[in-house]
Design a protein around this ligand. Structure first.
Ligand code: AMP
Length: 390
């Protein structure tokens, strides 16, 4: 059975087609620059990558081309062979603690949460509507980034603001990257051979978040009302004194300017002045660039702070998992983080750590906590959840 897994951004559409339940990827690709000119798409099939330039005004056009490509490449003979389409939706608020089949009420709810994810939720809706029009007979399923975190207790998701703000404005910690945290924690439990585990999952990419996962359930996570909380990220500040925002406003900066600074000009980029990409920071460190050295120190320190906090919150830990772009690939960031945890008896094995983008144990045999790299796979989680409804 064929399942299409999609992730619609404001100007992009990533997709994979799976043969289920085997979880075999038959074709994958991405449409880019939708609606902003110079659009193109790339497709990966049988180990080959094809790029085509084409005018794409909206997501529906991208879906139509996607379907043509599926037929042309003999992935399907007929559209009806696509039994389900799974959509990644960033913000599902408190309404969705798991994936759901999409109907008009679900679309209305996703719309309702737009103020909390102003770029992502409208893109998700565009993807859903386009998919419903182009592949009308497939079951459409929404998979939420926030769902995995809905198991947090009140004491962990509330902010110490007047409690009415939670009721009146929905201000609470929602958490993000949930599909990734769920995937790697499930995989880690498989490796451990049991479910009654205490895990710290570190999704460290351009955006980054850390979760504390007990017995397969999220008990705490570092992102908050929005993704700009917790860790220092590529260009996001993460945790700062909230009053800085007011201070800047009083200096004459507008809300939009402050928003832009906190999300696009801070983090590794803001401190280093060089780049938001950890590869560039690593290059800068090799050239003895002082601001890159400082940025990396602060970046690592924040990751360590969250791991230590969750170690205590969980009452110990069976395994720490590293995933996403930096977590899977940056040997030096992993080493800096694990070396900083020495006081807890956590130790790295430098030879094992010399791995990129592959599942591997990286802790030494005498480490008090197992450390693993587990490449994330949000797409397969979307396909699994979609398949489960058929
Ligand atoms: P993601 O958001 O998960 O796609 O991660 C993207 C980020 O991963 C990039 O911005 C880089 O900072 C980082 N990254 C990717 N490859 C490497 C690498 N080989 N070494 C260090 N960092 C990497």
């Amino acid at each position: 059975m064929k399942i299409l897994s999609v992730n619609a951004g404001s100007s992009s559409l990533k997709f994979q087609v799976y043969e289920m339940p085997e979880e075999e990827v038959l074709i994958s690709g991405v449409f880019e620059r939708i609606g902003i000119g110079n659009s193109f798409y790339t497709i990966k099939i049988n180990g080959e990558k094809i790029k085509k330039e084409i005018n794409l005004d909206n997501h529906e056009q991208a879906f139509k081309i996607l379907v043509d490509e599926l037929i042309e490449n003999k992935i399907v003979n007929d559209l009806n062979e696509i039994a389900g389409v799974g959509h990644r939706i960033v913000q599902g608020g408190e309404s969705f603690n798991k994936s759901v089949v999409i109907d008009d009420d679900v679309i209305a709810k996703i719309k309702e949460y737009t103020p909390l994810a102003p770029l992502h939720n409208p893109a998700g809706i565009s993807g859903i509507l386009a998919s419903k029009n182009v592949i009308p007979n497939a079951i459409q399923v929404a998979v939420f980034d926030t769902a995995f975190h809905t198991t947090m207790e009140e004491e962990n998701y509330l902010y110490a603001l007047p409690k009415s703000f939670y009721k009146d404005y929905g201000i609470r910690k929602y958490g993000y990257h949930g599909t990734s945290h769920k995937y790697v924690s499930m995989r880690m439990n498989e490796i451990l051979g049991r479910d009654d585990t205490k895990l710290i999952t570190c999704h460290i990419g351009n955006g980054g978040s850390i979760s504390a996962v007990k017995n397969g359930k999220c008990i705490d996570t570092s992102m908050g009302l929005t993704p700009n909380a917790g860790l220092i990220m590529g260009s996001r500040s993460g945790d700062i004194d909230a009053t800085i925002v007011l201070y800047l406003e009083k200096q004459g900066l507008s809300a939009d300017e402050i928003d832009d600074i906190l999300n696009k000009k801070s983090g590794l980029l803001g401190i280093s002045g060089v780049s938001s990409d950890s590869r560039d920071i690593e290059d800068g460190i090799k050239e003895n660039n002082k601001d890159c050295i400082l940025a990396q120190k602060m970046y690592v320190k924040k990751i360590v702070e969250y791991i230590a906090k969750y170690y205590v919150e969980l009452g110990g830990c069976d395994a720490i998992v590293f995933t996403a772009g930096v977590g899977e690939n940056s040997t030096s960031t992993r080493k800096d983080v694990i070396d900083s945890l020495a006081v807890l008896g956590i130790k790295i094995d430098d030879e094992r750590n010399n791995v990129r983008g592959k599942e591997a144990k990286i802790s030494s045999d005498d480490s008090s906590v197992l450390c693993y790299v587990i490449p994330t796979d949000e797409e397969v989680m979307i396909a699994r959840d979609t398949y489960s409804f058929i």
